[in-house]
Ligand binder design. Structure first.
Ligand code: HEM
Length: 398
């Protein structure tokens, strides 16, 4: 029997993670699932779940067997398979090289300083609202070439793009999909207007570069340029917010790391990688089986949805020594926090850079960083995002 996938398995938390405590620390639950049911079909969400490193890697490195394609009308590179995927990615790569990203370092430092400095004398701040949310939004807005005055609009659009349903009813899902569609349309007309301006008067920003990009006579269409800008907001903002927050959460849960990284700031890049392994902002990645596939003794049928739990794979002791321990100088660290294979995160160099700059700046100027006592942490309500809604911190200024 072919079980047709419900499109929204990604939006419903797995049953085993229904309590707040488990959502804040899901890793024990993942360990149980990894040991007992490494590949299993969940009747409630109507999808397969894959928990072991080796199996997750197999799914992600075989786009011929496991497709990313979703809604063809709304295709972005994230939801496209080869050969179209490669064409889109190669064109966009011209604007998104690691070198181009590294050149943003001084500006990112400036933004981080601007956002952090008002709080040094206060000894406390709302990490997410004051820093971790605005920083990536400002960086992406500037990169794309949209005016700073539209930041608030940007944040609202970006939040709406990644929002989950209020419950797991069909009505809630329909409502969510309609809201997302409206939001996408607003964003599309906003970016189209900017694009038309750049067509007349090109500048050095991403939109102008994308309009000019060309490989063997192929160019991006207007819809593809706009679609890519929307993808950057959807894929790059909340994820980076959660990377910064999850990193600071680790520093406050394991305070001895603060001194270690302050004394050895050269370890900050590997500590950022370890954060992506230990508390990854994205814990699950969805695909659709294209053919019947055997995986770890189970038969997945063509058309069924497969969720790869990178949050679990990242803690698999078959791949990592001391998998449950945060090791700031872990090397090699083949975590899958940025995915794996052809869809490996295009924005990884940017996310790494932002996290590195923030941690360097905070550790230089703050000591004894901790969660404000009595704070009740609330997990973000999404099956594939791992993060908290607020993270107020207190600290001593250096
Ligand atoms: C793809 C995670 C930041 C742009 C991905 C994928 C993951 C991921 C797991 C693979 C999805 C899949 O295989 O279906 C993250 C995390 C980030 C982050 C954890 C922050 C810590 C960013 C940023 C940008 C970005 C800052 C851009 C400014 C993209 C794009 C793709 C992608 C365009 C699609 C690539 C493709 O389909 O070839 N990201 N991302 N991401 N990410 Fe990121």
């Amino acid at each position: 029997m072919n079980r047709a996938p419900r499109k929204y398995a990604n939006y419903i938390p797995i049953r085993e993670l229904e309590g707040v405590e488990q959502q804040l620390f899901p890793f024990q639950v993942y360990a149980g699932l990894r040991d007992n049911t490494p590949v299993r079909y969940d009747n409630h969400r109507e999808c397969w779940d894959v928990f072991r490193y080796e199996d997750v890697q197999y799914v992600l490195k075989n786009p011929k067997l496991f497709s990313s394609e979703r809604d063809r009308a709304n295709a972005s590179m994230l939801t496209t398979d080869p050969p179209k995927h490669k064409q889109l990615r190669d064109l966009v790569n011209q604007a998104f090289t690691p070198k181009a990203i590294e050149a943003l370092a001084p500006r990112i430092q400036e933004i981080a300083d601007e956002l952090l400095s008002p709080h040094f004398s206060e000894g406390r701040m709302r990490l997410i609202d004051d820093l971790a949310t605005p920083l990536p939004v400002i960086v992406i807005a500037e990169l794309i070439g949209v005016p700073a005055t539209d930041r608030q609009k940007f944040k609202d659009w970006s939040d709406a793009l990644v929002k989950g349903a209020r419950d797991d009813s069909d009505e809630a899902f329909q409502e969510l999909m309609e809201e997302k569609k409206r939001n996408q349309q607003e964003l599309a007309s906003y970016f189209t207007a900017i694009m038309e301006e750049r067509r007349q008067r090109p500048e050095g920003d991403l939109i102008s570069i994308l309009l000019a990009a060309e490989i063997e006579g192929e160019k991006l269409t207007a819809e593809e340029v706009v679609g890519f800008c929307i993808l950057l907001l959807a894929a790059g903002n909340e994820t980076t917010t959660n990377l910064i927050t999850n990193a600071v959460r680790i520093l406050s849960e394991q305070p001895e790391l603060q001194q270690q990284l302050r004394e050895h700031p050269e370890l900050i890049p590997t500590a950022v990688e370890e954060t992506l392994r230990y508390y990854p902002p994205i814990v699950a990645i969805g695909r659709i089986a294209k053919e019947n596939v055997e995986l770890n003794g189970q038969t997945i049928q063509a058309g069924e949805q497969v969720i790869s739990w990178v949050g679990s794979a990242n803690r698999d002791s078959a791949q990592f020594d001391q998998a449950e321990k945060f090791v700031p100088d872990r090397k090699p660290n083949r975590h899958m926090g940025f995915g794996f294979g052809i869809h490996f995160c295009l924005g990884a160099p940017l996310a790494r850079l932002e996290a590195r700059v923030v941690l360097q700046t905070m550790l230089r100027q703050m000591e004894d960083i901790q969660l404000v006592p009595e704070t009740v942490l609330q997990p973000i309500q999404s099956a594939f995002v791992f993060g908290v809604k607020e993270y107020p911190i207190q600290f001593t200024s250096i």
